[in-house]
Design a protein around this ligand. Structure first.
Ligand SMILES: Cc1ncc(COP(=O)(O)O)c(C=O)c1O
Length: 400
């Protein structure tokens, strides 16, 4: 197009796009990658993805599926065999009795989150979300004209939820409550007592619960993940959300699901149909094998995460000016850097520039994350040792 023809042309970007902030995690990642392209050796602790390969038996199942010509659309709900395998998993591991028809298969849990929020939030509705939080839970409601109302996850309580605070934030406009356990970015795991209290609040106030359980298998020290939908009176008001990304190291396969009462599944499917149609057919087939023929590889990955976590927690707590709790789940350490007296954003920038270590500034996850850094320990033991040493030296220099 010529320059003259472009004169007077306005950008046609919808006003609602101002509601979406670009991902602060990706921003750090892009900068780290640019530094690598320029020849620097950056250690990556910013991205929340397992560093293991997908277990071989799952890859083989995918190859077989492709060879068998499994390359077409499936039912938009997901193949009945996969939905059946998911229902079996939810019964066995989570003690919730879902029928296959109460399950929708999505393109990653990210899609399920979008579908669920679209299906329940009208303009002006309120939704209770933790602070800090995986940011989709704030941005998507905003995009829909709804209002995310935050409640705190406080380090002093091991990042549990203060029930009185949640109760105090419920209004006539509150439709739902978001729970992420094990949590990103804090690594906290909600206790049974907290979950029972939250269930009571949801029932008393007729709220839906969005239970994000994507990290459920990554729990340490004998900690037990409990699904809120398994508590009395909760299945009918819960969206149990999960996927294969984190447990089986399958982030690139994009397989998620939501389990909920059938009337909600029907509505969710309408958004899903207008968005992705169905999850890839061969990924669905391989996911049946992933769930049904599980080996000990998940346990082995968890044991390795635990070893890395123990090293990193010890090393960080030995650095003057920094401290951290031992995360009970997921693969994140939420490092308290408040004593250093600089903002999270400046500190993360300084660490990337001076020590070549990429971490996410805590404020990316909301105001409750200011003063923290999120470090992912989904990286090799050797890189964690090296990263903690770089962190120690950089913080020492900063303190002068
Ligand atoms: C809390 C939480 N929910 C959902 C997701 C999305 O997972 P998926 O890869 O299944 O889209 C993530 C990914 O980091 C996450 O941290």
């Amino acid at each position: 197009m010529t320059d003259e023809r472009m004169i007077g042309m306005n950008k046609k970007i919808a006003a609602r796009m101002d509601m979406l902030e670009p991902s602060g995690i990706r921003k750090v990642n892009e900068k780290a990658l640019a530094m690598e392209r320029a020849g620097e050796k950056v250690l990556h602790f910013e991205i929340g993805r397992p560093d293991f390969d997908t277990p071989e038996y799952i890859k083989k199942a995918c190859e077989k599926s492709l060879e068998a010509g499994d390359v077409f659309y499936t039912s938009n709900f997901g193949s009945m065999e996969l939905r059946t395998a998911i229902a079996e998993k939810l019964r066995k591991q989570n003690h919730i009795d879902y029928k296959p028809t109460e399950i929708l298969v999505t393109v990653g849990l990210s899609e399920a989150v979008f579908d669920v929020l679209c299906s329940i939030l009208d303009e002006g509705d309120e939704i209770l979300v933790p602070d800090p939080v995986w940011i989709n839970y704030k941005n998507v409601p905003r995009l829909l004209g709804a209002v995310p109302v935050s409640f705190g996850l406080k380090e002093e309580t091991g990042f549990q939820i203060d029930l009185a605070e949640v109760r105090s934030k419920v209004t006539g406009k509150t439709k739902a409550l978001v729970l992420i356990s094990p949590n990103n970015p804090t690594g906290g795991v909600l206790s049974e007592e907290t979950l029972r209290g939250l269930a009571e609040i949801a029932i008393e106030n007729d709220l839906m619960v969005i239970a994000d359980e994507v990290y459920e298998r990554l729990v340490f020290d004998g900690e037990r993940h409990i699904s809120i939908a398994s508590l009395p009176g909760m299945k009918e008001r819960t969206f149990t959300m999960n996927g294969l990304s984190k447990a089986y190291s399958m982030t690139g396969w994009r397989l998620g699901y939501v389990a909920a009462p059938e009337e909600y599944i029907a509505v969710l499917n309408k958004i899903h149909q207008h968005n992705t149609t169905c999850a890839p057919s061969f990924v669905q087939t391989a996911s049946i094998t992933a769930l049904r023929d599980e080996t000990d590889e998940v346990e082995r990955m968890v044991a390795e995460y635990s070893r890395r976590r123990d090293y990193a927690v010890r090393a960080i707590n030995g650095i003057p000016g920094l401290s951290c709790q031992t995360p009970k789940g997921a693969f994140y350490i939420f490092i308290n850097a408040k004593k250093l007296g600089v903002s999270s954003a400046r500190l993360a920038d300084y660490l990337l520039d001076h020590a070549k270590i990429a971490m996410v500034p805590g404020d990316v996850f909301g105001p409750g994350g200011e003063g923290y850094l999120r470090m992912s320990f989904a990286n090799s033991y050797e890189n964690i040792i090296e990263g903690c040493e770089r962190l120690r030296r950089a913080v020492e220099e900063l303190r002068g």
